[in-house]
Design a protein around this ligand. Sequence first.
Ligand code: PGA
Length: 255
Amino acid sequence: MARTRRPLIAGNWKMNGLSKEGVALAGELARRMKAGPDRAFDMAVCPPFTLIGAVVQAVSGAGIAVGGQDCHAKPKGAHTGDVSAAMLADLGCSYVIVGHSERRTDHRETDAVVAAKAQAAIEVGLTVILCIGETEAERDAGRTLDVVKRQLDGSLPTSASAERVVIAYEPVWAIGTGRTPTTPEVAEVHARIRALLADRLGRNAAERLRVLYGGSMKPSNARELLVLADVDGGLVGGASLVADDFWAIAEACPK
Ligand code: PGA
């Protein structure tokens, strides 16, 4: 069956980049996108909050979407240091990552908090990149599929739809480590996520919703991951900071 979901390659810059290099990286990606308009993938970059405005300008007209890396669940108010979903949309973002494992760990974000953030983002028209994934201990204990189910049940908001949600399966132990699950392991989890989405949203929506893989995706392993039937793109950390590497990953998307 022909693939109906268009791959999305999203770069998660995390807490990296000052103005000069962030704008240069975004500008280089924009230049490459403009050079060949007929791409087999969608591209998004998620810079730190400080760079969003500049990156939106740098990629203007190139067909590259921009996203935040987090948002607050409330639309506004007394939350020093936080950023609302509406503020991201106001700057020109169309995506926001929620529930990344680094936020779940560093900021003790629970599934309920993640669901509230995702809901807030959808309400202002953003598309949520919702991250889930097991720790190494959970995988070793054979609990990967249970963990993924629990996180999906708990953090997928009630307003979720194929148009407004992208799932990113990111095994915590694969993030930034250079290690990845085997392709059968990735295929198994993605198939399970697709089945869980069908239970929750119906088969039709589940077939349209994109499920990305994330965790040490790089040019040398991108192709074998991106050709898997239920892998609809990648959420790329370290390799998204190097234009050549990020571009090579995007080009590895099946046509
Ligand atoms: P990585 O990060 O590609 O550096 O492993 C992925 C992520 O955390 O989104």
